[in-house]
Design a protein around this ligand. Structure first.
Ligand SMILES: NC(=O)c1ccc[n+]([C@@H]2O[C@H](COP(=O)([O-])OP(=O)(O)OC[C@H]3O[C@@H](n4cnc5c(N)ncnc54)[C@H](O)[C@@H]3O)[C@@H](O)[C@H]2O)c1
Length: 465
């Protein structure tokens, strides 16, 4: 294979968009076309106003502005883009199955299979197929099966190249990743394909940070990385509950253990629980795979990470109810934050959704403010749960564009996302506008508790008495 000059990426989501924008920025000699079935999404990626692209990430609009129209293109012409490319990235969604065997655990590979069939149908020459989506270990063999049995004679090499970017810091992570992982076959053709992808990344990433492995190790490493990260969150969260009973302080404990170089300080922040589209689905997937091989203890071990996370979200909502004199019926609760973390507009699996659902069961009235999440998204997230009618969700929840408006007349505030701007609000003004006693439930340990207590707030943080 000669040098790669034409790349197609199927899926213009939170991974496909930013990843391809970075490749295009760093490799002006490569034409990168990102395709998606979702016309609205592609139109947004092509919006003249580059601040209106569908994914909010600090610095992303600038990257897109530099490359778009030069060597970065967004299109709904899926087939022609595949046909034209030497290398095709598959970056479509792989959510947890909601039906049939493996429901609630296994990854739904429907979209992956559709991509493979489409590639096989339209390919007229040899191509390298790159799994960018997070997939169960051994998916590459299913893709290979489809390509070889339904193709028209073209040769395909399948690589695994999982994405490790974190939402909120995607541009930084793509610009200077800890590592890039590429898994390929050990055959000569497989190794040529691996080298072709190494050469793409080597345009800006030091060679020693580009790791190459066999395909299965690469696929499993992505699930493992997410499982380990989520496990740290659940570990610290499990101890936050013990702190609340014992007058130990979770921030002090985290600092004390984080200074041990074997443990390290990152991902030790107690919170209302992790969210995001990946951690839960990837662990469930790992659990499912382990069970399917009969590895019951392995499956049970990792499942506990999810059980603890669900417990933490429920515990947070229950504590609010308890502290509000065991009833939130008709009370206004203000939510600061809806996104699953700061610096993203992504709300998938956000703890806020589940806390809201729990409070709505208790007939609370919720007022939501998030700097980047739009009203329609909040309602879509609640409607998706199917807990109540759309009308009931709209009656119970109002989304406002001003944080002071959200807090006015509230019995309590819940901080659900760690947006920096929350720290700098005029908290005296907020206090004055609330019902008393004015309570804050800080699900992110974000705010200055002493300052707020001095104003008169009653603050409950995670893992603190
Ligand atoms: N979001 C993250 O932070 C992150 C990080 C690492 C890995 N991943 C993995 O990357 C994959 C994609 O995640 P995402 O967050 O970008 O998902 P997403 O839902 O934001 O984007 C997926 C896109 O693929 C499109 N699509 C689906 N089937 C298609 C088809 N047949 N043809 C064309 N387009 C199609 C959808 O319309 C959608 O726009 C998942 O496997 C995920 O686990 C995500």
């Amino acid at each position: 294979m000669t040098q790669i000059t034409k790349i197609c990426c199927i899926g213009a989501g939170y991974v496909g968009g930013p990843t391809m924008a970075m490749i295009a920025k760093k490799c002006p000699h490569i034409k990168v076309t990102v395709v998606d079935l979702n016309e609205q999404r592609i139109a947004a990626w092509n919006d003249e106003d580059v601040n209106k692209i569908p994914v909010y990430e600090p610095g992303l609009s600038e990257v897109v502005a530099e490359a778009r129209g030069r060597n970065l293109f967004f299109s709904t012409e899926v087939e022609s883009a595949i046909a034209d490319a030497q290398m095709v990235f598959i970056s479509v969604n792989t959510p947890t199955k909601t039906y049939g065997a493996g429901k609630g655990q296994a990854a739904d590979l429907k979209w992956i299979e559709l991509c493979a069939r489409q590639i096989a149908r339209v390919a007229k020459d040899n191509k390298i197929i790159v799994e960018k989506s997070t997939l169960p270990v051994r998916t590459a063999s299913a893709i290979r099966d489809i390509l070889t049995h339904t193709g028209n004679g073209s040769q395909f090499q399948i690589l695994s190249n999982p994405e490790f970017l974190a939402e909120g810091t995607a541009v930084e992570d793509l610009d200077a990743p800890d590592r890039v992982l590429i898994g390929g076959d050990s055959t000569p053709e497989g190794q040529i394909a691996v080298q072709a992808l190494v050469d793409v990344y080597a345009n800006w990433i030091p060679r020693e940070r580009i790791l190459t492995t066999n395909v299965w190790s690469s696929e499993l490493s992505k699930l493992t990385a997410n499982a380990f990260l989520a496990q740290r969150v659940s570990s610290i969260n499990s101890l936050s509950e013990l702190c609340e009973k014992t007058e130990a302080d979770i921030t002090e404990v985290a600092k004390a253990i984080g200074t041990d170089s074997r443990i390290g300080p990152k991902f030790l922040k107690a919170s209302v629980g992790f969210g995001g589209s990946c951690f839960q689905k990837d662990i469930l997937n790992l659990v499912y795979i382990a069970r399917s091989y009969g590895l019951q203890e392995v499956a049970d071990y990792w499942e506990q990470v999810i059980i603890m996370n669900d417990h933490q979200k429920k515990r947070f909502a229950n504590q609010m109810i308890r502290d509000l004199y065991n009833t939130v019926n008709g009370k206004k609760i203000s939510f600061l934050g809806w996104a699953f973390k700061k610096d993203t507009n992504d709300t998938r699996e956000s703890a806020a959704i589940y806390v809201a659902d729990h409070l709505l069961y208790e007939q609370a009235y919720i007022s939501v403010y998030d700097p980047k999440v739009l009203e329609d998204q909040v309602y879509a997230d609640l409607d998706y749960l199917g807990s109540r009618t759309q009308e009931e969700n709209r009656n119970g929840v109002k989304v406002v564009s001003d944080p002071y408006e959200a807090c006015k007349g509230a019995h309590a505030i819940a901080v659900l996302t760690e947006w920096d701007e929350f720290k700098n609000y005029d908290w005296q003004r907020i206090y004055d506008s609330m019902l008393k006693p004015a309570k804050i439930f800080d699900g992110r340990n974000l705010l200055d508790t002493n300052k707020l207590s001095d104003i008169g707030f009653i603050v409950q943080a995670i893992g603190k008495k």
